[in-house]
Design a protein around this ligand. Structure first.
Ligand SMILES: [Zn+2]
Length: 226
C-alpha cells in the first residue's frame, strides 16, 4: 500500500484500488481482482481502520480487475455499492462484461481470458452525474469509452483528487496518456477533455502511479497534443 496524500491510499495488486479516509469514515474506490480483497482489508488495518469503518464502495467501471473484490468486500463491510447506471448491469450479471477496447492482439485476448470471473453483486446506488448520494464529497464525471458506463470521480479535498479509473493513466515521467488498452477515438478523447476541463492537484489511476502535483495541468497538456 502507498499513501498518495494524507487520507488517500493506493492498494496495488496487479491493479490499483483506493482507500479514502475521512472524518466520517472510509470510502473505497474500486475493489481489485477477485480473491485479492484481503490486501484492502489488511491496508485498512494498517491505517488504524477496520471493515466496519467503510461507508461506501464506488466502482469506476465494470471490469473484473476493478469490481472483482466487490462481493467479498460488501460481505466484510456491509457497505453500499455505487456504480454507474450502465455498468451496474454488468456488475449485477445482467449484461456480459464488455471486452477491453483493444482486443486485436492475440496475447491481449489470452491474458483477458485468464482473468478469473468476478462474482456478480447487486448495486445499491446507480449514478450518472452529480455528486455521489452517500458520499457527496465525490463528484461523478462521465468518461465513456473504456466501458460504456465508465466514470471518473473527483474528490473535493486538498486541491482536488481525480480517480480516473482506466480512462487515462500516467506516463513514467508524470505526464498523462490514454488508459490501458484505450484507442484514439472521438469518445475516448471527449472523456479525456471532460477530465482536463476540471481543476485537481492529484490524479489516481487504475494501472499506473498517481500524479501528485498539478495533475489537471498534465491532463491539459495531453489533450492539447491529441
Ligand atoms: Zn478496465
Amino acid at each position: 500500500m502507498n499513501q498518495v496524500i494524507e487520507g488517500v491510499y493506493q492498494v496495488s495488486k496487479g491493479v490499483n484500488a483506493f482507500i479514502v479516509d475521512g472524518d466520517d469514515g472510509v470510502v473505497l474506490v474500486d475493489t481489485g481482482l477477485p480473491k485479492r480483497h484481503g490486501a484492502i482489508v489488511d491496508s485498512l488495518r494498517s491505517i488504524g481502520r477496520s471493515v466496519d469503518d467503510v461507508r461506501a464502495i464506488i466502482l469506476t467501471h465494470g471490469h473484473t480487475d476493478h469490481f472483482g473484490g466487490a462481493a467479498a468486500l460488501i460481505r466484510a463491510t456491509g457497505a453500499p455499492l455505487v456504480a454507474s447506471e450502465i455498468d451496474a448491469a454488468v456488475v449485477e450479471g445482467r449484461r456480459p462484461m464488455p471486452a477491453p477496447p483493444i482486443l486485436d492482439f492475440p496475447v491481449v485476448r489470452l491474458l483477458v481470458n485468464l482473468l478469473p470471473n468476478p462474482e456478480v453483486v447487486s448495486v445499491d446506488h446507480r449514478i450518472t452525474a452529480g455528486s455521489v448520494p452517500i458520499a457527496p464529497d465525490f463528484e461523478v464525471i462521465a468518461t465513456p469509452g473504456h466501458t460504456a458506463g465508465h466514470i471518473a470521480l473527483l474528490l473535493n479535498r486538498q486541491g482536488g483528487v481525480l480517480f480516473a479509473g482506466d480512462a487515462a493513466m500516467a506516463t513514467r515521467r508524470g505526464g498523462v496518456q490514454r488508459g490501458l488498452m484505450n484507442r484514439k477515438s472521438v469518445i475516448f478523447d471527449t472523456s479525456l477533455r471532460a477530465m482536463a476541463d476540471r481543476d485537481f492537484a492529484i490524479a489516481c489511476f487504475g494501472h499506473s502511479d498517481p500524479i501528485t502535483t498539478n495533475a489537471s495541468g498534465a491532463f491539459r497538456a495531453f489533450v492539447a497534443s491529441i
